[in-house]
Design a protein around this ligand. Structure first.
Ligand code: FPP
Length: 253
């Protein structure tokens, strides 16, 4: 079983989320408001990534997962897709040293087969170079989609256990979870989406089953440490029942 499945057992939770997952939305609108090309918003978005990684590390978050490029983002204009790819390359080349200094382990999840060879090599090298770090695990979801993840996990499980194909009732959640792309992390405690939209957009759809969902109008390039604090303060006020009643929770404390 993956770490603390919310549907199979009640996970233990604390005042600070162990795992924060973020959809970094609003880069394009941030730029358009300033009469800049949308790509300028993505470039500023990288600075926000840096701030949030540092802020989460300082606050004791163990896992931070950022949605950088969805399976559906290929539908964007070719010029924007190409800028985003170059930005990943440049950021990986420039930032890995800083990640090591901060004790950050980098992992990238998604269908990387669609990326060019250079980017794939850089991703592997960055993952290897940070593999011994343990303060914070930073996961970048790139060409990731929640449905892609569930399908690839089923395919991998069936490849490992072909007997399940003819006995589907033998398959359960606990068997599937180790094959999901983020099996190494507990499910997110807190999901944040910037930019004012209130959608999951095919992010970690399996893993968000019992995650607290926080939406803010702030555009991603404007997102700062104090916005993380506001989200965490909101999180601390949530009653995480995982299917139980308020009375049951009160009786435990
Ligand atoms: C959504 O804003 C943002 C993206 C699709 C890309 C996110 C990428 C970055 C923040 C920079 C690179 C990150 C890393 C980890 C190197 P949008 O373009 O949908 O904004 P809009 O909704 O205002 O149009």
């Amino acid at each position: 079983m993956s770490q603390s499945s919310s549907t199979l057992a009640v996970p233990t939770t604390g005042p600070t989320p162990r795992h924060v997952a973020i959809i970094m939305d609003g880069n394009g609108r941030w730029a358009t408001q300033r009469h800049l090309p949308r790509t300028a918003g993505h470039i500023r978005g990288v600075q926000a990534v840096r701030r949030v990684v540092e802020a989460c590390g300082r606050r004791g978050v163990e896992y931070l997962t950022l949605f950088a490029f969805s399976s559906e983002n290929w539908r964007r204009p070719a010029q924007e897709v190409s800028l985003l790819m170059r930005l990943f390359v440049r950021t990986l080349e420039k930032e890995v040293g800083r990640l090591v200094e901060q004790g950050v382990r980098l992992r990238v999840v998604g269908d990387l087969s669609a990326f060019d060879e250079k980017l794939r090599r850089l991703i592997l090298a960055a993952e290897e170079r940070t593999a011994d770090q343990s303060a914070l695990t930073l996961t970048i979801a790139a060409n990731y989609g929640g449905r892609w993840d569930i399908l690839q996990a089923i395919r991998a499980l069936w490849a490992a256990h072909p007997e399940l194909i003819s006995q589907p009732d033998k398959m359960d959640e606990a068997m599937l979870e180790p094959w999901l792309a983020m099996a190494y992390a507990p499910e997110p405690d807190l999901f944040i989406r910037t930019g004012g939209e209130q959608r999951i957009s095919n992010f970690l759809i399996w893993q968000l089953a019992y995650t607290e969902l926080y939406f803010t109008d702030c555009y991603w390039p404007d997102f700062k440490a104090q916005d993380i604090d506001a989200a965490f303060a909101w999180y601390r006020g949530r009653e995480r029942r995982f299917g139980r009643t308020s009375a049951q929770l009160a009786a435990r404390s």
